[in-house]
Design a protein around this ligand. Structure first.
Ligand SMILES: *Cc1c(COP(=O)(O)O)cnc(C)c1O
Length: 222
C-alpha cells in the first residue's frame, strides 16, 4: 500500500494542474472516502492532513466515529434510508445524497441543527443510479424553502462508468449549469454554490469542470 502522504501529494498536484489547464481558481476540498478501509488506515489519512472524511453506510460511520476523536468533518456520501436518518444525522457535517422529500422531512424532524446537504442528481439518467433528474431537482429544491434544518450547499453527481472522457465531462458540465441555475433562484436556504463531483478515476476532469469537493477513495487510501 502506498503511503497516504504520497498519494495525497500526487492528487494535490493533479488538482493544481487541472485548474491550470481549465484556467479556474475554485477551492477544491478533498474528501477521503474511507468506506473500504479500517480505522488504522483512516487515522493515517488524518495524520496525513486530511480533514474531510466520507462514509456511505451508517454502520461504517458509527464505527469510525467511536474510535476517532480528531476534529474532522464527516461526509455521508451514500444513499440514506429514511429510517436510518436518526442514527447519523447529528453526527455528520455534510449529506451528499439528498434526493427526496420524505428524506428532507425526516431530517427536519430529527436534526438538532441545520445540515449542509447536496442534492444528488442523476445527470446521465442511468437507471442504476440514485438521484433526481435535472428537472426533478429544480422542482424539489423549490419545495425545500420552508425547511429550517436543511441548507442546500450544492449538487452532487456520479459520472457514468465509462472510459469515454467526453461523456464524463458532459455530465460534469451539466451539473455545473444546473448548480448555477439553482443558485440564481435566490432561495435563502439554497445557496447552492458547491459541486461534489469526481472520484479516483475522473476527479481531474471534474476539477476542470468546476468541482469544489472531490470524493476520493481508492487513489488516496486504497
Ligand atoms: C466509493 C465512493 C466514492 C469513492 O470512489 P473511488 O473510486 O474509490 O475514489 C466516491 N463517491 C461515492 C458516492 C462513493 O460511493
Amino acid at each position: 500500500m502506498a503511503k497516504i502522504e504520497e498519494n495525497l501529494l500526487n492528487i494535490q498536484n493533479q488538482i493544481v494542474n487541472a485548474k491550470q489547464r481549465a484556467n479556474t481558481d475554485q477551492t477544491v476540498n478533498i474528501i477521503a472516502v474511507t468506506k473500504e478501509v479500517d480505522i488504522a488506515r483512516t487515522k493515517e489519512a488524518i495524520e496525513a492532513g486530511l480533514t474531510n472524511l466520507g462514509e456511505n453506510r451508517p454502520e461504517g460511520l458509527m464505527n469510525k466515529l467511536q474510535s476517532i476523536n480528531s476534529n474532522v468533518s464527516w461526509h455521508y456520501i451514500g444513499s440514506l434510508q429514511t429510517r436510518k436518518v436518526k442514527q447519523v444525522i447529528n453526527d455528520i457535517d455534510y449529506l451528499h445524497s439528498l434526493d427526496r422529500l420524505s428524506l428532507a422531512e425526516e431530517i427536519e424532524k430529527r436534526a438538532t441543527k441545520a445540515v449542509k446537504c447536496f442534492i444528488q442528481v442523476n445527470v446521465s439518467g442511468e437507471e442504476s443510479k440514485h438521484g433526481l433528474t435535472k428537472q426533478q431537482a429544480l422542482d424539489f429544491v423549490k419545495q425545500l424553502e420552508q425547511f429550517s434544518k436543511i441548507i442546500v450547499v450544492g449538487l452532487m453527481t456520479m459520472a457514468p462508468f465509462t472510459e469515454d472522457e467526453t461523456v464524463i465531462r458532459q455530465v460534469f458540465k451539466q451539473l455545473k449549469q444546473l448548480q448555477q441555475e439553482m443558485s440564481q433562484l435566490n432561495i435563502p436556504n439554497v445557496p447552492c454554490t458547491e459541486l461534489s463531483m469526481g472520484m479516483s478515476n475522473d476527479y481531474e476532469i471534474a476539477v476542470e469542470e468546476g468541482a469544489t469537493f472531490v470524493r476520493i477513495g481508492t487513489a488516496l487510501v486504497g
